[in-house]
Design a binder for this molecule. Structure first.
Ligand code: FMN
Length: 330
């Protein structure tokens, strides 16, 4: 059965047509290959790597190149790169193209000092001419569709998204994702969906709205009201890949998902994958009855058995909670 999120025309990104209009947003250190596979399985129709340094790519830095590894199950997959020097961006685009992703995305939204300090990420937004030069360099050096992910501007006094969008269109970018905040806001305040809608209306290329989508109904509402071609979900997908389908898992389905995630992590990273699993576990148990008690154990997770033990705590807590919720006398 077709999900009702695909009752609209799906977005066409060059010659890529994702199966619906819900995408997974890139989250550094979190949306790795295992998580991308999970998101795809749950219905995200397009996934992205985290932002990857063009300097690292051009120098063939092994840690950087590892971030570009992926499996076929993730397709369609966008590889997201960041940098500020057009020539280096072009070189990196050629290398990335050779790795065979479905599209290349340019990060123009990252707010961390390490990235902005070198003129990359959201710092590019301060200069629409540079936005154009960087995007054009990537477009010229790949046959793949090129997309960009932006914020609304650098700060409240420079919400220059109209100029930035025009620069990107002129460069040949075929889709623009918009996180509805400025760089100065980082993650504070609320995403400005009115500005996102304005961009969706003025842009000649499809626009993907992003920011603060917390559940499936919210995603549908944003699709309905923003005029965006698609929406992208980041933090809301952590510990809740069901956000892409609208399903609510019961406790056994949740546990199965956590253990499957754990096995994907160890398959990808080896035993250390269990340590990396800690941050996902914290998200999966969020809001559960004995989450506070479990949270204390997360820092000690090193093996699969540690995860299995935590699942037992989770199961016990939930059994307790359904009993507690029963009406008196039931
Ligand atoms: C921990 C973390 C890491 C992020 N890493 C990236 C990244 O690598 N590339 C990128 O374009 N955006 C990155 N973002 C921004 C998200 O993609 C997204 O734009 C933002 O979180 C708002 O969407 P959300 O409310 O659905 O999470 C990151 C955000 C967070 C919280």
């Amino acid at each position: 059965m077709k999900s009702h999120i695909s009752r609209y025309n799906n977005v066409l990104i060059g010659d890529i047509e994702p199966a619906n209009r819900l995408f997974l947003a890139p989250l550094a250190g979190l949306t790795d290959s295992p998580f991308r596979r999970i998101a795809r399985k749950h219905g995200a129709s397009l996934v992205f790597t985290e932002l990857i340094s063009v300097e690292g790519i051009v120098r063939n830095n092994s840690k950087t190149m590892e971030l570009l590894n992926f499996t076929e199950e993730e397709r369609p997959l966008g590889m997201q790169i960041f940098g500020s020097n057009p020539a280096r961006m072009g070189e990196a685009a050629k290398i990335v193209t050779g790795l065979g992703p479905d599209l290349i995305d340019i990060n123009m939204g990252c707010c961390v000092q390490k990235v902005c300090g070198s003129g990359s990420g959201a710092a590019l937004l301060r200069d629409p001419l540079q936005v154009n030069a960087v995007a054009e360099a990537v477009v010229r050096n790949t046959h793949l569709p090129v997309t960009a992910k932006i914020r609304l501007g650098w700060d409240d006094d420079s919400r220059n998204y109209r100029d930035v969008v025009k620069s990107l269109e002129d460069a040949g970018v075929v889709m623009i994702s918009v996180h509805g905040r400025t760089r100065a806001q980082k993650y504070t305040g609320a995403a400005d969906w009115e500005a996102i809608s304005e961009i969706a209306a003025l842009s000649k290329v499809p626009v993907v709205g992003n920011g603060d989508i917390s559940d499936y109904a919210d995603a549908l509402r944003r699709l309905e009201t923003s005029g965006c071609a698609a929406v992208m979900i980041g933090r809301g997908a952590l510990g809740n890949p069901w956000i892409f389908s609208g399903r609510t898992p019961d406790i056994e389905e949740l546990i199965d998902q956590i253990l499957a995630h754990c096995d994907l992590m160890s398959g990808w990273y080896g035993e250390y994958g269990h340590v990396l699993m800690r941050k996902h576990l914290a998200k999966y148990i969020h809001g559960k009855r004995n989450a506070a008690a479990i949270r204390g154990s997360l820092v000690k997770v090193n093996t699969r058995q540690d995860v299995v033990d935590i699942m037992e705590m989770l199961r016990e807590g939930e059994a307790h909670s359904s009993g507690a919720d029963m009406p008196a006398g039931a």
